[in-house]
Design a protein around this ligand. Structure first.
Ligand SMILES: [Zn+2]
Length: 398
């Protein structure tokens, strides 16, 4: 047994200050108040630290030079690097790509999930920021890869059906699929994807409020980076953003880097959705963790690191953010209570994806934990009760 003792422990409804978490094998065996010293246990003194459930990022394309679409090794490389940023689970996220590129990525996801590597973050089913999005709201996604769910799509070397076949081949490894509900045939597609067990997400969309509601009625339960690349809120045209904010059936992602979404809009979203239906994401790219001015790729397109990741023409192409900084921004700069910040970074994504035993510090849950200092920098990360960061022999790199 391992005792993590003396830290402020962020529980689903309160903070134990101080508290002690007993880990047995891969589970949380007990949570008690106070600093404890077990007789036959290994005690880790975490006085002055904060323990939160390990961060779960459901929308991340890459990290430190690696993009999910780079090749078969990329997912493993990203999974290995995630714990340093407090991330214990993540959804590898693709942008619109060819069927062969998608197959390559989904094969890598399957292998990573089938044989988890010790010391790495958990690889969750993928998030496809898919081919079925509105070209006008594509952002950094490649126009020549976009398809209509039904009817003729302009040009291109492959049909939309081929993408759907790849999704069908990899069912259990495809979690979230982003779809623009206003496209021809999209409502049928949303219904069939939802029926097949995928979590359909509204996004990269020019949907009106009404079209957004129709998407929710068809089975969409998620929204891709709320406010970014979707119709904004107007007093007479509430847009997709308002449909998402208004409907409790839908949980929304929000990018918290201070660049993609103004902090006031994050607070408005939090007031409308509460932390139980709002999840912080990074939308991080391979530029995350690299110095300013560095070059990296997203789906084979070049990006440059600045306040965010941008294509050569200046188009915003995701963030250079990591989850530790997201949490620090929420709980620090924005002053959101620790319990709510932990919900946004772990509990709500876990519940949204039905990840049993993950996302909250409760008795019997998997021991996926992140230990922070008072500035919310990551001190230690645990996956399945084992310390994965800093790893053995890696301490010198701190
Ligand atoms: Zn993205």
């Amino acid at each position: 047994m391992i005792l993590l003792s003396g830290a402020d422990v962020v529980l689903p409804d309160k903070i134990l200050s101080p508290g002690t978490i007993a880990l047995e094998d891969d589970r949380i065996a007990e949570i008690v108040s106070g600093s404890h010293r077990g007789d036959s246990a290994v005690r880790v003194d975490l006085t002055g630290r904060v323990v939160v459930p390990g961060f779960i990022d459901v929308h991340v394309h890459g990290l430190e030079g690696s993009d999910t679409l780079d090749g078969p090794e990329a997912i493993g490389v990203i999974a290995e690097r995630m714990p340093r940023f407090g991330v214990t689970s993540f959804c590898p996220t693709s942008i619109a790509c060819s069927p062969s590129a998608l197959r390559m990525m989904l094969t890598a996801v399957r292998m990573a999930r089938a044989s988890p590597v010790p010391g790495c973050a958990r690889v969750l089913p993928a998030h496809l920021e898919s081919n079925f999005i509105n070209p006008e709201f594509r952002g950094a996604q490649p126009l020549d890869c976009l398809r209509l769910p039904r009817g003729a799509s302009p040009g291109g070397e492959f049909a939309g059906d081929e993408i759907l076949q790849e999704i069908a081949r990899a069912r259990g490894d495809v979690g979230i699929v982003t779809v623009a509900p206003e496209l021809e045939g999209a409502l049928d597609l949303i219904g069939s994807l939802a029926a097949a067990g995928h979590r359909v997400s509204l996004g990269h969309s020019g949907a009106t409020y009404e079209q957004g509601i129709a998407g929710i009625a068809a089975g969409a339960r998620h929204a891709t980076h709320l406010f970014n690349r979707m119709t904004p809120i107007g007093q007479r045209a509430p847009g997709l953003a308002a449909a998402v904010l208004e409907h409790d059936d839908v949980a929304a992602e929000i990018i918290c880097d201070g660049v993609h979404v103004h902090p006031a809009m994050v607070r408005i979203a939090l007031a409308a959705k509460r932390s139980s239906r709002l999840m912080a994401i990074t939308d991080g790219t391979a530029g995350a963790g690299l110095p300013e001015g560095a070059r990296a790729m997203i789906g084979g397109r070049r990006i440059t690191v600045g306040d965010a990741a941008r294509l050569d023409d200046g188009t915003l192409a995701g963030s250079v953010l990591t989850m530790d900084r997201v949490f620090a921004r929420l709980a620090g700069t924005m002053g959101i209570p620790l319990v709510e910040a932990a919900q946004m970074c772990a509990t709500t994504p876990a519940r949204s994806l039905n990840l049993e035993g993950l996302g909250a510090i409760t008795r019997g849950a998997r021991a996926d934990l992140t230990v922070l200092d008072r500035q919310f920098s990551v001190v230690q990360t645990y996956v399945s009760g084992g310390q994965v960061w800093p790893g053995k022999g890696k301490k010198d790199k701190e």
